[in-house]
Ligand binder design. Structure first.
Ligand code: PMP
Length: 423
């Protein structure tokens, strides 16, 4: 069957079987059958540069992670109601990467479960229900999280316990006071309406809001405002965590603040489903006194082995340092494209989490951004778009991204920008 027909047949089969809620990437969806490092391969053996998948942080199918999973799966896989050293060794090692105030960690299978658990803890410990999130946030798939994930276009704006604040635009708010003002006002409005605050929950790189990273420190004032309102601060590290931002393992650390809880997932097992919520022990003392926690798969020995191997590789291959170096280099080169392409209005980010904003003067270049993402895919470079207007190219490759990959990405973007300027 020609590739085109087989792709169409697969799309139809998928729709028939999985139903209509799923979405595919790209005008011309793509099928992959193999991955290695920063490369993905289609059934015809053609390779694509993956500049989008932050899950495979140490590279697709990294042999160390594969081996750790296979070895543990061949030995034992049970759950956290039995004693097992691997989860304890991993917990000890990961907790050592947090500020001393964060002393406990609970394991889940997905970032959604981690955020859902953090909300439960916040609500238990504050006695409140009110949550503040950013305007285009995404925090997960559970009922409680869909309500506070406006990027899904789902939240009921009248949900009494939810307040949305505009994402910080640090370029015009260097101290973060404007953002903190929005957070303060949101909690005050909640209280006026009889809702007790529970948490400020933010993705510390504001990825779905359009990637806002600098200047480091701008987030601290908003966290103070949340605390002053009696709410807890939950740092969602599902996107920025595990070294992607190039300064230590965590996005919040760049802002010199101490979260009450930290949630993480995606890259934690390099594709194996492991996620977690780390917290100040006093919070879990209160939560644990009222609730019992068991997650059948969360933190099982195979997952713990996968996550341990990921940390080993991040450390041994110096991937945090690489994220810093390769990210700075890539941003510099993307910035250089601005002299040829007026559409690029801003290049920003931290480490290998990069946003490239496209505008026509004051207007967001939404259509052009979508066209660019698709023209890049045609040229076998995978990226996507973010932001409330969908006009920010989201570039987020595996952390093993090097100079030759940056060359290919920038050259391809240059060509695609030229193409959309002339068609
Ligand atoms: N938080 C953020 C910031 C995310 O980007 C995501 C996933 N895209 C989640 C939470 C939910 O993670 P998961 O898909 O593993 O449930």
């Amino acid at each position: 069957m020609p590739v085109q027909n087989s792709t169409q047949a697969m799309i139809e089969r998928r729709n028939r079987l999985l139903g209509p809620a799923y979405r595919l990437f790209y005008e011309e969806p793509v099928q992959f059958v193999r991955g290695e490092g920063v490369w993905l391969y289609d059934p015809a053996g053609q390779r694509y540069l993956d500049a989008y998948n932050n899950v495979a942080c140490v590279g697709h199918s990294h042999p160390r992670v594969v081996e750790a999973i296979a070895k543990q799966a061949a030995t034992l896989n049970t759950h956290t109601r039995y004693l097992h050293e691997t989860i304890l060794d991993y917990a000890e090692r990961l907790l050592a990467t947090f500020p001393a105030e964060i002393g406990n960690i609970m394991f889940t299978c997905t970032g959604s479960e981690a955020n859902d658990l953090a909300l439960r803890v916040a609500r238990t410990c504050t006695g409140g229900t009110g949550i503040v999130v950013t305007q285009t946030a995404y925090h997960g798939v559970t009922g409680a999280l869909a309500e506070i994930s406006p990027s899904l276009n789902l939240p009921d704006p009248t949900a009494p316990h939810v307040r949305l604040v505009p994402a910080p635009r640090p370029a015009g708010d260097k101290t973060g006071e404007i953002f903190a003002g929005h957070v303060r006002a949101a909690f005050e409005d909640m209280k006026k309406n009889g809702i007790r605050p529970a948490a400020l929950l933010v993705d510390t790189i504001f990825s779905s809001d359009g990637v806002f990273a600098d200047p480091p420190g701008f987030l601290a004032a908003a966290v103070e405002a949340a605390h002053a309102a009696g709410a807890l601060f939950i740092a969602d590290e599902v996107q920025p965590g595990f070294g992607r931002c190039g300064d230590g393992l965590w996005g919040f650390a760049r802002h010199k603040l101490i979260p009450d809880m930290v949630t993480m997932g995606k890259p934690m097992g390099n594709g194996h489903p492991i996620a977690a919520m780390a917290a100040k022990p006093a919070l879990l003392k209160e939560f644990g006194a009222r609730s019992r926690y068991f997650n059948t798969f969360g933190g099982n020995p195979v997952s713990a082995a996968a996550a341990t191997a990921v940390l080993d590789v991040i450390e041994q291959e110096g991937l945090t340092e690489n994220a810093k170096r390769a990210g700075a280099d890539l941003r510099e080169r993307l910035n250089a494209l601005r002299s040829r392409h007026a559409l690029i209005s801003d290049v920003r980010g931290a480490g290998l989490f990069i946003g490239v904003e496209l505008r026509h003067g004051d207007a967001p270049a939404t259509k052009e951004t979508a066209r660019l993402v698709n023209r890049m895919r045609e040229r076998h470079v995978l990226i996507s778009a973010a932001g409330p207007d969908g006009n920010v190219l989201k570039i987020r490759p595996p952390l093993v991204f090097g100079t030759e990959h940056a060359d290919l990405l920038v050259e391809t973007l240059d060509q695609a920008l030229r193409e959309i300027a002339t068609t």
